[in-house]
Design a protein around this ligand. Structure first.
Ligand SMILES: O=C(O)[C@H](O)[C@@H](O)[C@H](O)[C@H](O)COP(=O)(O)O
Length: 264
């Protein structure tokens, strides 16, 4: 990963603590979906796993604003997934379904077929049983391509908003420092040897992430402060992948005070 990172320069917004961060991000997400729906349909949102990512979805589920969104015109995607069997509690999809998505399908008009999960270990896609992260990545790339905009140089929808958590090592999605996935071409990549368990994952690539109109990196906790500062300071993407997270129109860093305060 060399050279200037394309996309909108990051803007940081700091909230007092992780709880307020999750609530504020949920309100921002709902408003973003409403704004997007005022100009286009359908709209596409990419969810993230991780602590803050899931707490944000829980806050969306509890928000009165939830009822203002026309969920029949929303598509949900994932930025990455832990390559585990369907229903495994560690899967980002499982946690998101428990936090919000199942309730949207059951009672808010979100069509089940608008929930685009990355295929699990053992899933049957067409006539294939998915046994490797690469097979899952390939199947997901095909699903993304079904909704791609014509002009796309990578066959994915123009996501209206894409949420990312960030690890203490500066990873986003399942794009880890020094890993070969950082340079992957195409929309998706199979990941092995992830430093964050489980070792096998599936991830959108930077090419795909950067097709999003808005990319939001959401991070809380003092253990994120050094890498948040490094990313916002323009450190190389190979060292701090979060530095490469950019939207075409807007890049937001949504932080709590602890993550926004580098150690002195
Ligand atoms: O599958 C995952 O683990 C996530 O997608 C990952 O990218 C996560 O968002 C970060 O590791 C932050 O996680 P925390 O918020 O729990 O630190």
């Amino acid at each position: 990963m060399t050279g200037a990172v394309p996309g909108a320069a990051p803007l940081a917004v700091v909230h007092p603590d992780a709880a307020v961060l999750a609530e504020a991000t949920a309100a921002r997400l709902l408003t973003r979906l409403l704004d997007a729906q005022s100009v286009r349909t359908p709209v596409h949102a990419v969810l993230t796993g991780g602590t803050v990512g899931i707490k944000t979805l829980e806050a969306v589920a509890a928000s009165p604003l939830r009822a203002a969104v026309d969920w029949s015109g929303v598509h949900l995607w994932w930025g990455d997934e832990r390559f585990l069997p369907d229903g495994d509690p560690d899967r980002n999809e499982t946690q998101a379904r428990h936090a919000l998505v199942d309730a949207l399908v059951a009672g808010s008009g979100l069509p089940a077929e608008h929930v685009h999960a990355m295929p699990a270990l053992g899933a049957v896609v067409g006539d294939q049983t998915v046994e490797t992260p690469e097979q899952s990545a390939s199947a997901y790339a095909a699903e993304l391509a079904r909704f791609a905009t014509e002009a796309a140089d990578v066959a994915v929808p123009e996501f209206d908003v894409l949420l990312l958590g960030m690890g203490p090592d500066g990873h986003v999605a399942s794009l880890f420092p020094g890993h070969e996935g950082l340079d992957a071409r195409g929309a998706t990549v199979g990941v092995h040897g992830s430093p964050k368990p489980p070792p096998e994952r599936v991830s959108l690539t930077f090419d795909a992430l950067r097709r999003a109109r808005e990319v939001w990196v959401v991070a809380a906790g003092a253990e994120k402060a050094a890498q948040a500062a490094a990313a916002l300071g323009g450190e190389p993407v190979v060292d701090v992948p979060a530095a490469g997270a950019r939207g075409t129109e807007r890049t937001l860093w949504l932080l709590d005070a602890a993550a926004a305060t580098p150690a002195s």
